[in-house]
Design a protein around this ligand. Structure first.
Ligand code: NAD
Length: 260
């Protein structure tokens, strides 16, 4: 059980982050939620997770593209719940265009959230973990942290960078009781992917059902989405004693995408 541990999950108002937050709460960790969305819906989510699992759940609206807000969120978690024991750097966005047409401001935004946000999160949380002699950092990279696809230059650059910085932090913290790993999901059906499906259906004049099959089948031998609950299960495992010597590793959960 993770009872008494405090877990901060960035981008946990939706999709994979929410699945991870729920799984950690089910394992009895107290949770700090983060992410954008309707204030009423977020409060309902916060109250639901707290009531369902009998754990403390807070929320901080830090914008992960702003380093000072990340540091303030980590400090707020420590003040209201206790020092962060488990940090899941999950917040991320996508934008697609060819390299020569990729807007500069979109490049900067994807890099700020998907790459620099992970650095600033680790930087803010590591001192507290070292002081306790225990910590788990889980960075949500992607199959795109290991292999590339066209039209995703900023995302692929950021996710490869996340895998790289995971290894650096793991080596630095190897004897401090803190492990640092990356989870590399294949396709997970979340709002981030739903947008790509709608764009593609419009572009190709196909049904949503057809493009959903095509999207998964062109990358994964296993024609099946991974669920946020399954990613949550892997995150809980990485927090367990069985995973105490797993560090600096990108763990694929991708239906065989990167086996090819
Ligand atoms: P999602 O759009 O459902 O959720 C993204 C979350 O991040 C939301 O809670 C959103 O509010 C939050 N967020 C976005 N920008 C933010 C910011 N600036 N500050 C704070 N929070 C912010 O997406 P998802 O599919 O659940 O993606 C979560 C992570 O998983 C991302 O890092 C993504 O790259 C990664 N991933 C997703 C897939 C997939 O197939 N869905 C595959 C591999 C990796």
């Amino acid at each position: 059980s993770l009872q008494g541990k405090v877990a901060l999950v960035t981008g946990s108002t939706s999709g994979i982050g929410l699945g991870i937050a729920r799984a950690l709460a089910a394992a009895e960790a107290d949770i700090m939620l983060n992410g954008f969305g309707d204030a009423g819906q977020i409060e309902a989510l916060r109250a639901d997770i707290a009531a369902t699992h009998g754990v403390k759940v807070g929320y901080h609206g830090a914008d992960i593209s702003k380093p000072a807000q990340i540091a303030a969120m980590v400090a707020d978690a420590a003040k209201t719940l206790g020092p962060v024991d488990i940090l899941v750097n999950n917040a991320g966005i996508q934008f697609t265009a060819s390299v020569e047409e990729f807007p500069d401001d979109r490049w900067d935004q994807v890099i700020a959230i998907n790459l620099s946000g992970v650095f600033h999160g680790m930087k803010a949380a590591i001192p507290g973990m070292k002081a306790k002699g225990w910590g788990r950092i889980i960075n949500i990279a992607s199959a795109h942290g290991l292999v590339a696809s066209p039209q995703k230059v900023a995302y692929v650059a950021a996710k490869h960078g996340v895998v790289g910085m995971t290894k650096v932090a793991a080596i630095e913290l190897a004897n401090s009781g803190v492990t640092v790993n990356a989870i590399c999901p294949g396709w997970v059906l979340t709002p981030l992917v739903e947008k790509q499906l709608h764009d593609r259906a419009g572009r190709e004049g196909k049904t949503l059902e057809q493009v959903t099959h095509d999207l998964v089948a062109e990358k994964q031998p296993m024609v099946k989405f991974t669920t946020p609950e399954q990613i949550g299960g892997l995150a809980v495992f990485l927090c367990s004693d069985a995973a105490a010597t797993i560090t600096g590793t990108p763990l694929s959960i991708d239906g065989g995408w990167t086996a090819q």
